[in-house]
Design a protein around this ligand. Structure first.
Ligand code: ADE
Length: 219
């Protein structure tokens, strides 16, 4: 997958791209391209934001600056591309959307800053608006990393054990339910034990127990 992230702070991703599952995905052929809005803004002094019409606190990302960045990156090739504006008021990000995004050969994430985007970015330039939760971040960068993390771990070559992304919380394999609990050694710690069934070696019983716990958590 080729993931393009438009941001005012490309250096925020320095740490992110060194994380093992991300660097694995990159080594397996995926790409993360960081595009700085300031590199293509038509406004003087690298300006990309402005005060909101109607007054109020904060600054708003300008539609012309975002459009220029997209134009610079894609030219006439923009049609058909999935361009996601990251904003607290967008559609909630979830596992189903992570799966959907992971199937896109190319995906664009637009990070906002300050008070977010001029609404015309969402209405006319982006194909959708996505939120990672009902809280307001100082910018879209952490949201982009959350989404990139959830999406890229689904790509082949990202995780050491590909099975770990198949049966996990909210996956199809569990019917969208949260994952069952896990335990590891020691079998007894300060009197806190491990369910006997997990130590029994009876794979059918373990499976049954796990699915029951998963269904329980869904309720
Ligand atoms: N930008 C600011 N807050 C956000 C959120 N909750 N989700 C996505 N982008 C954001």
């Amino acid at each position: 997958m080729r993931l393009d992230v438009f941001t005012l702070f490309p250096e925020h991703f320095d740490w992110f791209v060194t994380q093992r599952h991300i660097s694995n995905a990159l080594a397996a052929g995926s790409e993360i391209n960081l595009v700085n809005y300031r590199d293509s803004t038509p406004l003087s002094g690298g300006q990309v934001d402005d005060a909101p019409y109607g007054g109020g606190a904060g600054m708003v990302m300008r539609v012309d600056a975002v459009d220029a960045a997209l134009e610079d990156a894609y030219g006439a090739e923009r049609a058909g591309r999935r361009i996601v504006a990251l904003t607290a008021s967008g559609r909630p990000f979830d596992e189903a959307l992570a799966v959907e995004f992971s199937r896109e050969p190319e995906l664009t994430l637009l990070c906002g800053r300050y008070e977010g985007f001029d609404e015309r970015v969402v209405e006319n330039l982006a194909t959708e608006a996505v939120s990672i939760g009902r809280f307001v971040l100082a910018g879209g960068e952490l949201a982009a990393m959350v989404i990139a993390d959830a999406v890229m771990r689904k790509l082949s070559g990202s995780l050491g054990d590909a099975e770990s992304a198949v049966e996990e919380s909210f996956s199809e394999a569990l019917g969208g339910a949260p994952e069952y609990p896990h335990y590891t050694r020691p079998a007894d710690y300060r009197g806190w034990g491990v369910p006997d069934v997990l130590l029994s070696g009876d794979h059918a019983k373990v499976r049954e127990w796990r699915l029951a716990r998963s269904r329980e958590r869904a309720r």
